[in-house]
Design a protein around this ligand. Structure first.
Ligand code: PBG
Length: 324
């Protein structure tokens, strides 16, 4: 006698019946890049992310309209401001590009769940996620009120959830306080809790024009070799009031997704980042693998590891091709 695992694989119906994990469109969040420009109809393809572009407000609205028609339920917004300064003031301007985009999308698609990325790096002239001293050190505590202002300005514009991605210590508490004090006690925070200093953000930095002008992000983003530290980061964010905790990137850090799922009782999100997207696109573009199968396999793997929500640039494609 030996184990006959093949018995449960004999037909498609049976395989489907005993499938342990599923992917649904409701699990997916589509990231978009919106540019501050006077050019109506502006669309700038991102060369390192085939199929993704920066959009002007009107183009974004048109693009989202198609996706909503195909079943999109949630998106994440990144802004590219017309000008940058050392304090990243475009990030918390009442009429900043993300604030405008949120107002526009929520007006046209009231039920679309709009999440905003809360960070300074796309808005600072130095490209870092916090304020920088003259000697080039990224300041933690001085940055917190600015991040709270960013979050509050997004929420005042109508954002349904804010997602701080800066990796300053204490930012979830600072944002929670600011929201609570201003009448937004019920507005959820999805924290980029376990965020690594990853080479897989490379294409994003072209997309969001947010590459650091000097140094790197290793004093605030995590060392890819560390796992226990990820648990401490997640614990801190849960204690400070994060409603959803995120692991980023996803594919190379499936163990952390599982750790968080086993350790915490809040929803866990995972971000399949730009480099993960571009790798599949590049290989598929060369005919080296089947894109659809690779996309679905990469995402079911992230679900199997324990993620409830997945942020992925493949969301639109999956919807338009009716893959789920
Ligand atoms: C901003 C931010 C980054 C990403 C999401 N928010 C870039 C970074 O930290 O350098 C990466 C997303 C991606 O690569 O798709 N801090």
């Amino acid at each position: 006698m030996f184990f006959r695992g093949r018995r449960l694989r004999t037909s498609a119906v049976l395989r489907d019946m005993v499938q342990e994990t599923r992917l649904a469109t409701q699990n997916l969040i589509m990231p978009y890049f919106v540019t501050e420009t006077d050019d109506p109809g502006f669309e700038k393809p991102i060369s390192s992310m085939p199929g993704q572009s920066q959009y002007s407000l009107d183009k974004l609205e048109a693009r989202v309209a198609q996706a909503v028609d195909a079943g999109l339920t949630s998106c994440l917004l990144f802004g590219i401001p017309a000008s940058k300064d050392p304090a990243g003031s475009g990030a918390y301007a009442e009429n900043g590009i993300v604030q405008q985009a949120v107002r526009r999308l929520k007006q046209r698609f009231p039920t679309l769940f709009v999440v905003t990325d809360v960070c300074l790096c796309e808005y600072t002239s130095h490209g870092h996620c916090g304020l920088v001293t003259p000697s080039g050190r990224v300041q933690n505590d001085a940055t917190l009120p600015l991040l709270a202002d960013v979050a509050l300005s997004h929420v005042r514009a109508g954002a349904d959830m804010v997602a701080p991605s800066d990796m300053m210590d204490g930012r979830v508490a600072a944002i929670r306080d600011a929201l609570d004090d201003n009448g937004f006690k019920e507005l959820p925070i999805m924290a980029y809790s376990v965020k690594y200093a990853s080479s897989f953000y490379g294409p994003f930095r072209e997309a969001a024009e947010s590459a650091p002008q000097f140094g790197d992000r290793k004093t605030y983003q995590m060392n890819p070799a560390n796992r226990l530290e990820g648990l401490r980061e997640a614990q801190a964010d849960v204690d400070e009031g994060a409603d959803i905790i995120m692991v980023k990137p996803a594919g190379p850090y499936l163990d952390l997704i599982r750790d968080l799922r086993n350790t915490f009782d809040v929803p866990v999100a995972a971000y399949q980042v730009s480099g993960e997207y571009s790798m599949i696109k590049a290989a598929a573009g060369n005919g080296w693998l089947d894109e659809t199968q690779a996309v679905l396999e990469s995402l079911i793997g992230i679900r199997r590891a324990g993620a409830d929500l997945i942020l992925t640039y493949f969301t639109e494609d999956i919807l338009h091709k009716r893959l789920l």
